[in-house]
Structures are given as C-alpha cells and as structure tokens.
Write a protein that binds this ligand. Structure first.
Ligand code: NI
Length: 250
C-alpha cells in the first residue's frame, strides 16, 4: 500500500494490526552520461512499491533529495546539506512515530546518505533519551537498508559485471532504473569504458576533476533491461528479508 494513494482511514486501519513502514530514500544527482538523475531514488522506490503490493506493507513517499554535495558540479544535481537532511528525516520520523509507527525502515539508494541517516537516527534517539520523565516512551526502531548491498543483489552484480560494477553510476543501478523506466533509456559513448576509481570524499569541483563524466569505476554500457529485471527480483527478496528481520526486533 502506498501512503500517497491511501486515505487517513486506511492508514488508521493499517495501524490496528501493523506498526511498520518503509520510506524509500534516494538522491537527485548526476549518474554519468547514461544514468538518470533520479537513479538513486527510482531504484529503492520501485523495490519498495513491489513490497507494498506483494506484502501489504505501507510505503511512505520517496525522499527524492539526499546528501549529494559532491555531485553539484554537474547540472541537474540538487543536494541537501547534511544538517538539512537530518532535519527533514527527523520531522519525517517524528510525524510517523506520532501516529503510532514503531518500525521505520529507510530503503536507501545512495551511499552518500548513509552517514546522515545514522546521524538523524542518533538525533531522534537523543531527543527521546534526554526527555525521559519517568514513564518510558513507546518503543521506536529506526533502520536503513541499502538495496544495492543486499546479499542476492551483490552476488548478482558481481556475476554480471565483476569489477566494472563500479561505485557510482554502477552498472546494476543503471540496469534497475532502466527496468523501472524503459521509456527513459539513454545511449552515449563512454570514454574510457570503465571509469576511473577513487574516493568521493571531496568537494564538487574536485569530484569533477577526479571523475570527469561523473561515473566512478563503472561501465554502465554493460547494463540491460533484462538484467534490471533480475536485479529487481533479487532486490525485492533482499529487502523483504531485511524488513522482516527488522520488524522482528523488539
Ligand atoms: Ni547511484
């Protein structure tokens, strides 16, 4: 069930027997000459929506803007500062917790969000811990699952692409985004075929010097829609397993 396609009464009824919700989170940032700017949001979103359909879990609206400052030298990228994203995440979490959600899983598609998600969770927990006034608060569990790091997805990406998977504008995320949006497939010459490797721990101008066309270590020309479908199925299974393990925590 998608929150945006539900009524408040449906959410109220859901909360009678379930307390878990999935929040897809990505980024709006360059993904090389053939990758869509929305790749990091599109990938977790399409997996989350499928989980919503197959398993009747509630899926909140996608957080489409992430922490992507290092991509800002490429047109189209929109970034939130870490402090801004922490504030957005806190408000999202506290809104959902206020309605009675107890397990909030962020299904993430962007490595650059991971540290900020952890910091946001720590802020929420700190606020609760410091406001303790006798009565214990209702439990609240927060977690992140990176769709690209699940065991089935990793194994499949390794077998399909090996070292040419890369770490940004990866062959697997491009394939999955093409499966989700075949009408938006792009073709372009990639030179060199496998992009340079290195660290993204720098500012935007330095990132563009290190990675001139935006890719990091990847050859997304290897990607296909058929592979995207395989990655989708693997991602759905990995993410469901992660969600089930998460909601079993007490
Ligand atoms: Ni990405």
């Amino acid at each position: 069930m998608r929150l945006q396609h539900a009524t408040w009464q449906e959410v109220e009824a859901y909360l009678q027997h379930k307390r878990g919700v999935i929040v897809p989170i990505g980024s709006t940032e360059q993904h090389g000459p053939t990758g869509l700017l929305g790749t990091d949001a599109i990938c977790p979103e399409v997996i989350a929506w499928e989980l919503g359909k197959r398993h009747e879990v509630l899926v909140a609206p996608t957080q489409n803007l992430g922490m992507a400052q290092h991509h800002l030298a490429f047109p189209g990228t929109i970034s939130l500062r870490p402090t801004t994203l922490i504030a957005v995440l806190r408000d999202t979490i506290e809104s959902l917790a206020g309605h009675g959600f107890r397990h909030i899983l962020f299904l993430n598609g962007h490595g650059g969000n991971i540290a900020t998600l952890s910091a946001a969770f720590a802020e929420v927990y700190a606020e609760r811990s410091m406001r303790r006034g006798g009565e214990p608060a209702a439990p609240l569990h927060l977690s992140t699952h990176n769709w690209f790091a699940g065991p089935r997805v990793r194994k499949l990406a390794e077998s399909l692409y090996g070292d040419a998977e890369g770490t940004h504008a990866t062959a697997s995320e491009i394939a999955l985004s093409w499966y989700a949006h075949p009408e938006s497939i792009k073709q372009a010459e990639l030179t060199p075929r496998v992009a340079p490797r290195g660290s993204a721990g720098c500012d935007a101008d330095e990132f563009r010097r290190r990675f001139p066309d935006g890719r990091m270590g990847s050859d997304p020309a290897l990607a296909s829609i058929e592979q995207g479908q395989q990655l989708f199925e693997a991602g759905v299974m990995d993410c469901w397993e992660a969600y089930r393990a998460f909601i079993d925590t007490v």
